[in-house]
Design a binder for this molecule. Structure first.
Ligand code: ADP
Length: 304
């Protein structure tokens, strides 16, 4: 397996606040990696360290073979970063912003022109390259931010909540561009997000809480371990239905007019349905979601 990022024993404290308490993880090359956690979990601290912006107190970090603290320039040339705040110049056009950034990498002539064209196409900003950044819509700004971060053809793209603050439709289209970019170019994407439906599409997820890893796995694995499926029963005879469930020792809750039984496996619904079919007028089996898994892992909603 090709590990593009390897983190061992990473630690960082701000005074008495232990923001990151000895993280161990890796990211596989070419994957969409989601780094999740409630507010204050230590996500930004970790990302700032990986991007060479913040010095850790301890631990080892390798990014694309470059050792943090020894080869930071190598790391910076291997990564592209899009933080939450828009950092482009509002008066300059998208193209001028991208070209200014390219100057930092000492690009010129044909190499520069090709890189600008390539980054613009990859982030889908070609149509509004001449427009001032300040005049763009939220979704267009995000794409321009991404185009600028791609100018040095990075190996890893860090995206800190790339779709926060966008309306649902724009969020979906920016998200689709990120997915396409990752899948067609083999770029590794290291992402934080508050949207569990986005995290559910990641190749691998790490959830951190209180500066430590609380869970890790593919979305399917996390849902299977931390989010149970539900059998929702619409009673025809509420009293008899509950009495039967109680008699069989099946725990239930009542929600929105339904009687809800948690099941560990979808197929378990069949046995329960056979038992209660005389007392129900309908049913629904709901699969556990990434939202459920997140709450199961951290005990909190991600937006709290
Ligand atoms: P997240 O990005 O997951 O919201 P952060 O990495 O920003 O979490 O914060 C982790 C912890 O470190 C929090 O308790 C936060 O209050 C604290 N913290 C973050 N930055 C600083 C700082 N510059 N000075 C003091 N405490 C900080």
């Amino acid at each position: 397996m090709d590990k593009i990022i390897e983190v061992t024993g990473l630690k960082k404290a701000y005074g008495s606040v232990q923001a990151v308490r000895g993280l161990d993880f890796y990211v596989e090359r070419g994957k969409l990696f989601a780094f999740l956690g409630p507010n204050g979990a230590g996500k930004s601290t970790t990302i700032d360290i990986l991007c060479t912006i913040l010095k850790p107190d301890g631990g080892e970090v390798l990014v694309d073979g470059h050792r943090l603290g020894h080869e930071d320039a190598g790391i910076r040339s291997a990564i592209g970063v899009v933080f939450q705040d828009h950092l482009l110049d509002p008066l300059l056009s998208v193209e001028e912003n991208i070209r200014t950034r390219a100057g930092l990498y000492h690009m010129a002539g044909k190499q520069l022109n090709d890189a600008v064209k390539h980054a613009a196409a990859a982030a889908d900003v070609t149509e509004f390259m001449r427009r001032p950044y300040g005049k763009l819509s939220g979704g267009q700004k995000r794409r321009a931010d991404i185009a600028r971060a791609l100018i040095n053809t990075p190996q890893v793209l860090f995206l800190d909540e790339p779709t926060t603050g966008l309306d649902p439709q724009t969020r979906k289209s920016v998200w689709e561009s990120i997915r396409t970019l990752q899948q067609t170019t083999g770029l590794t994407v290291f992402l934080t997000t508050h949207y569990m439906e986005e995290a559910a599409e990641a190749d691998y997820v790490i959830v951190i809480d209180h500066g430590d890893i609380a869970a890790r796995g593919t979305p399917t694995e996390l849902k299977a371990s931390y989010a149970s499926d539900q059998l929702r029963l619409a009673a025809s005879n509420d009293h008899a239905l509950r009495a039967l469930l109680e008699d069989r020792g099946l725990a239930y809750t009542c929600a929105a007019g339904s009687v809800v039984v948690k099941i560990s496996d979808t197929m378990d619904a069949l046995e329960i349905l056979a038992l209660v079919k005389g007392h129900i007028k309908g049913f629904e089996v709901l699969s556990g979601t990434m939202d459920d898994a997140f709450i199961g892992i951290t005990g909190r909603e991600i937006r709290e």
